[in-house]
Design a protein around this ligand. Structure first.
Ligand code: 3PG
Ligand code: MG
Length: 410
């Protein structure tokens, strides 16, 4: 995939109507935004276009919208917060149809430097998510509102949806530019370079619950990295594949052969594949998740049959931290244990701390590991924390992301 994409610096947006796809899929609690990371991350591109004198038409999805359009998944709270952050009015067009007479009128009334935000694109149901059904029509309606298109929604770049990818076709047809925003550019630079052109040694650290979620990531990173570290829930399937007793720990029995294959592949390629050597165990999963729990540490090959592994142990923390310290590039995706619990967060903290202390380029691949870095206070010590969960994983798999691919080449 060509990563040499046109950016917002490569066209003159003065007086142009620019449709900007952001990822404003932020967590909400009782209508309040509980984490504004994605809003903050979108500001550089929006401010640049305002400064250029563009008419800035923002759009995004929010949530899964399983039950059809509803106020709980309206983008209204985003318009409000964004307006505070930009220090100027963001006119919100609340129409559940997203496009239509209200939207067209609002766009026609825009002056250079004005900003509007359209309603949740997923309110258009299949028209947004299934381009092969009615999505073409929606994509064209979106393109009809604008002259140019900017995709800055890295978190959604793995979705070939109308507002993420299909719209570019109609912008091209009318002679407009399809560019990536600063956030997309930054994500592409960090994640793309780390995987395709890393300063070595390159150490990749993977965690999280399930092997099944990361099959292609493991496979791809085994080829690209010098050392692959596996912790978290998914390590137990590897440990079982080695013939160890793993007790009641999380296991994906269907993936045992896959784990054996990966261990053989590491051997063949001469790569280091590090697994936990000791494990924090308890009688069961903490309930509530952050409640008190009695944890013991045992050798990873000796987990008692009635116990469950829930974190990496202190020897493993040292092993993983030392490996990370030798690296010039580190990519980390997925916690080492149940980090929501203070007693079981030790492994995840140890890895975060090792990354915070190294001079290497450190890239956190979104989702839970990003949440862990933020929650544990290490966020500003990392070179880059991706705003994409699923998208950053697919990037690490070496896949072409529709939202990146759709932008014009330079
Ligand atoms: C995310 O939060 O993962 C992105 O916004 C994409 O959302 P989705 O997984 O619902 O497509
Ligand atoms: Mg997701």
């Amino acid at each position: 995939m060509s990563l040499n994409k046109k950016s917002v610096d490569d066209f003159n947006a003065k007086g142009r109507r620019v449709l900007v796809r952001c990822d404003f899929n932020v967590p909400l609690k009782n209508g309040e935004i509980t984490d504004e990371t994605r809003i903050k991350a979108a500001l550089p591109t929006i401010n640049k276009l305002i400064g250029d004198g563009a008419k800035v038409i923002l759009c995004s999805h929010l949530g899964k919208v399983k039950e059809g359009p509803n106020e709980k998944e309206s983008l209204a709270p985003v318009a409000k917060r964004l307006s505070e952050k930009l220090g100027k009015e963001v006119k919100f067009i609340s129409d559940y149809n997203v496009t239509g007479a209200d939207t067209t009128a609002a766009v026609e009334a825009m002056k250079d430097g004005d900003v509007v935000l359209l309603q949740n694109t997923r309110f258009r149901g299949k028209e947004e998510t299934k381009p092969e059904e009615a999505g073409e029509a929606f994509a064209k309606e979106l393109a009809d509102l604008a002259d140019d298109y900017v995709c800055d929604a890295f978190g959604s770049a793995h979705r070939a949806h109308a507002s993420v990818a299909v719209v570019t076709k109609y912008i091209t047809a009318k002679g407009g530019t399809n560019a990536v925003g600063y956030l997309m550019q930054k994500e592409i630079d960090f994640l793309g370079n780390a995987v395709e052109n890393p300063v070595r040694p390159f150490v990749a650290i993977l965690g999280g619950a399930k092997v099944a979620d990361k099959l292609k990531v493991i496979d791809n990173l085994l080829e690209k990295a010098d050392t692959l570290i596996i912790g978290g829930g998914m390590a137990f399937t590897f440990l079982k594949a080695k013939g160890y007793e793993i007790g009641k720990s999380l296991v994906d029995d269907e993936k045992i052969d896959y784990c054996k294959e990966m261990m053989a592949k590491a051997d063949k390629l001469g790569k280091k594949l590090l697994l936990p050597v000791d494990t924090g165990i308890a009688a069961g999963f903490p309930d509530p998740i952050d409640g008190p729990i009695d944890v013991q540490y045992v050798d990873s090959s000796k987990i008692p049959a009635d116990m469950e592994g829930l974190d990496i142990g202190p020897k493993t923390c040292e092993l993983f931290a030392n490996a990370a310290k030798t690296a010039k590039t580190v990519v980390w995706n997925g916690p080492m244990g149940v980090f929501e619990n203070p007693t079981l967060a030790k492994g995840t903290i140890a890895v975060a701390k090792a990354l915070a202390e190294t001079d290497a380029t450190t890239i956190i691949g979104g989702g839970d590991s990003a949440a862990a870095c933020n929650q544990l206070g290490f966020a500003d010590k990392m070179s880059h924390i991706s705003t994409g969960g699923g998208a950053s994983l697919e990037f690490l798999e070496g896949k072409e992301l529709p939202g990146v691919y759709a932008a014009d080449d330079k």
